[in-house]
Design a protein around this ligand. Structure first.
Ligand SMILES: [Zn+2]
Length: 115
């Protein structure tokens, strides 16, 4: 878990709060298991316990938009980077057919919103 938290800059990707102390760090699957997301490090992001628990079944983009509505500071950059790395890992290792369309769709929407 520490690897993921450090990679993601020590902050919750959804609300931007620094992790540790009163803001317990967790990791969660960017592409949910129910959508075929693999149990790989590349499919994990650092999130605080609150955000991890509250995301529920929302997609990456849906939850990102909800976080912004709440005035939080989700890190689109980290999310794009993690999704791109996951895409690369899948291309290298193969498989993950169920996760691919979800991943591609979310990445496309994230990039479009960034432009
Ligand atoms: Zn959070």
């Amino acid at each position: 878990m520490r690897t993921v938290v450090e990679r993601d800059g020590g902050r919750c990707v959804w609300c931007g709060r620094p992790l540790g102390g009163l803001v317990p760090a967790t990791t969660e699957h960017v592409v949910p298991r129910v959508k075929g997301g693999p149990s790989w490090l590349e499919n994990e992001v650092a999130a605080c316990r609150r955000c991890n628990g509250e995301r529920g079944h929302r997609t990456v983009v849906e939850w990102l938009e909800e976080c912004e509505r709440r005035g939080w500071e989700p890190s689109r950059e980290v999310l794009v980077r993690v999704l791109e790395q996951l895409q690369g890992a899948i291309a290298e290792r193969g498989g993950q057919r169920r996760a691919r369309p979800y991943l591609d769709g979310q990445l496309r929407r994230l990039r479009k919103r960034a432009a």
